[in-house]
Design a protein around this ligand. Structure first.
Ligand SMILES: Cc1ncc(COP(=O)(O)O)c(C=O)c1O
Length: 396
C-alpha cells in the first residue's frame, strides 16, 4: 500500500528511507531465540563482554539509588564524572581537556549520533574505512551527509592507507572516522599511520571522529595510541568518543562520552538537552566508580580475552580453508571464509542451520568473504565451536 496514494498518515520521514536495523543485533537476536527454543547454539555474535559488571561498580549504582541520586542531572553529566573522564583522557594521552569539554551521553552510540548531528549536513562527505562498525554509515546518513567507503585489505592488516584516503578526498569531504581498536577486525593503528592521517586532516581541513571505545582492550605487545596523542596539533579538529560499555562490562548501563573543542561540545549539549537530557543518573554514579575506582578487573578481563583469542585464532588457523589474523585489540576474530566458495552470508546461515554456530557475516560491515566471531564467549564455547567446525568442514 502506498500511504501517499491512500491518503493515509503512515508516511515515514525521508531521512529514514533505506536505513535498516543493525544486522549484528538482528543475528544475536536470532541466536538467542534458537537458544530459547531449546537448541544448543554456540553463540559468537556478542558485541559485549560476557563478564558481570565489577562488584564495586554495581555497588556504586545501588548506593546512588539508596542516596536518592535518581533525579535529573546537568544535561552534560555530573561534574565529578566529567572531571574523572577528563582526567582519564589527560592521563592516557597527555592532553589538557577541561571537564567542560566532556559530554556524557547514553552510550558511545549516542555520543556519535550527537557528534554527527552537530557537525555534518548535506552535501558533506565522510570517509569511513571498511570493514566498518555497522552503525557508522546509518549514523552519518541520518545527519544528511554521505558515507564514502574506503576498503582496507587483509594484506595490510585491515589498517588504513593514507594514500587511499587522500585519493578519496573531494571538495565535499568534511570528516574521517577512525576506530582503533576496530570492530570488526580488532586492528590497532600504529603511530606512523595515525600521524599520516593527522597530516592529511590538517592539509585537507577535515574533522576527525576517533571512536576509541575499545581502547583498554589491547593485547600486548600491541599498544593503543590516540591520534590526539600522536599528533597533538589535531586536537582542535578532533572529537574523541569513548565509554565504559566495553572496558567495564557496562553495556546495559548506557554511558558513553565525547571530548572535543568547546564550541562543538556546547552545541552537542544543546542538542542533547532537547532529546534525551542527561544520561541516567544512577549509571553516571556507577561510571564514576568504574573510572575512578580500582582497575584490577579491567586487567583480569583483558588477560582472559587474550587467552580466549589465542584459543580461537590458533584453532581457526588449523581448520583449512579458514584463515584468521590475530587481532591486536577488541574481542572479535575476523575470519576469512572465502576459501569455502560461498558468500559470508550463506556460510553464516549454514553454520547456524547445520552446526548451530552463530557468527556475523561480513557483508553488514561493508566487506565480502569474512565472518566476525566474538571471543566474548567462554573458553568452553570457543572450544566446542572449533570442534563443531572441524566436523562441519569434514562433512561438507
Ligand atoms: C566501534 C563501536 N563504537 C561504538 C559502540 C557503541 O557503544 P555503546 O554501547 O557505549 O553505545 C560500539 C558497540 O558495539 C562499537 O563496537
Amino acid at each position: 500500500m502506498d500511504p501517499k496514494k491512500e491518503g493515509l498518515t503512515l508516511r515515514i520521514a525521508n531521512r529514514l528511507q533505506g536505513i535498516e536495523g543493525s544486522p549484528t543485533l538482528a543475528l544475536s537476536a536470532k541466536a538467542k531465540a534458537l537458544t530459547k527454543a531449546g537448541k544448543d547454539v554456540l553463540d559468537l555474535t556478542a558485541g559485549e563482554p560476557d563478564f558481570p559488571t565489577p562488584a564495586h561498580v554495581k555497588a556504586a549504582g545501588v548506593r546512588a539509588i539508596e542516596n536518592n541520586q535518581t533525579r535529573y542531572t546537568p544535561v552534560a553529566g555530573i561534574s565529578e564524572l566529567r572531571s574523572a573522564i577528563a582526567e582519564t583522557l589527560n592521563r592516557q594521552h597527555q592532553t589538557a581537556y577541561a571537564p567542560a569539554q566532556i559530554l556524557v551521553s547514553c552510550g558511545a552510540k549516542h555520543s556519535l549520533f550527537n557528534v554527527f548531528q552537530t557537525l555534518l549536513q548535506a552535501p558533506d562527505e565522510v570517509l569511513i574505512l571498511a570493514p566498518y562498525w555497522v552503525s557508522y554509515p546509518p549514523l552519518v546518513q541520518l545527519s544528511g551527509a554521505r558515507p564514502v567507503i574506503i576498503p582496507t585489505t587483509e594484506q595490510d592488516q585491515f589498517l588504513p592507507n593514507a594514500s587511499a584516503l587522500r585519493a578519496a578526498v573531494t571538495a565535499q569531504t568534511r570528516a574521517i572516522i577512525l576506530n582503533s581498536p576496530s570492530n570488526p577486525t580488532g586492528a590497532v593503528m600504529d603511530q606512523k599511520r595515525l600521524s599520516e592521517i593527522a597530516q592529511l586532516a590538517i592539509e585537507k581541513d577535515l574533522i576527525i571522529v576517533s571512536d576509541e571505545i575499545y581502547d583498554q582492550l589491547v593485547y600486548p605487545p600491541q599498544k593503543h595510541y590516540s591520534i590526539i596523542q600522536v599528533a597533538p596539533k589535531v586536537i582542535d579538529r578532533t572529537v574523541l568518543v569513548g565509554g565504559v560499555s566495553k572496558t567495564y562490562s557496562m553495556t546495559g548501563w548506557r554511558i558513553g562520552f565525547a571530548a572535543g573543542p568547546q564550541a562543538w561540545m556546547d552545541t552537542m549539549t544543546t542538542l542533547q538537552s532537547h532529546s534525551t537530557s542527561n544520561a541516567p543518573s544512577i549509571s553516571q554514579h556507577a561510571a564514576l566508580e568504574a573510572l575512578a575506582g580500582p582497575q584490577n578487573e579491567v586487567s583480569k578481563m583483558r588477560e582472559n580475552f587474550q587467552k580466549r583469542r589465542d584459543v580461537l585464532v590458533n584453532g581457526l588457523n588449523r581448520l583449512s580453508p579458514l584463515r584468521c589474523q590475530s587481532p591486536g585489540g577488541a574481542f572479535y576474530a575476523w575470519c576469512n571464509v572465502s576459501g569455502l566458495g560461498k558468500s559470508a552470508d550463506t556460510i553464516a546461515s549454514l553454520w547456524l542451520e547445520e552446526a548451530l554456530i552463530a557468527v556475523i557475516p561480513s557483508e553488514g560491515f561493508g566487506m565480502e568473504g569474512y565472518v566476525r566471531m566474538s571471543f566474548a564467549a567462554s573458553k568452553e564455547t570457543i572450544e566446542a565451536t572449533l570442534k563443531r567446525l572441524e566436523q562441519w568442514l569434514k562433512q561438507r
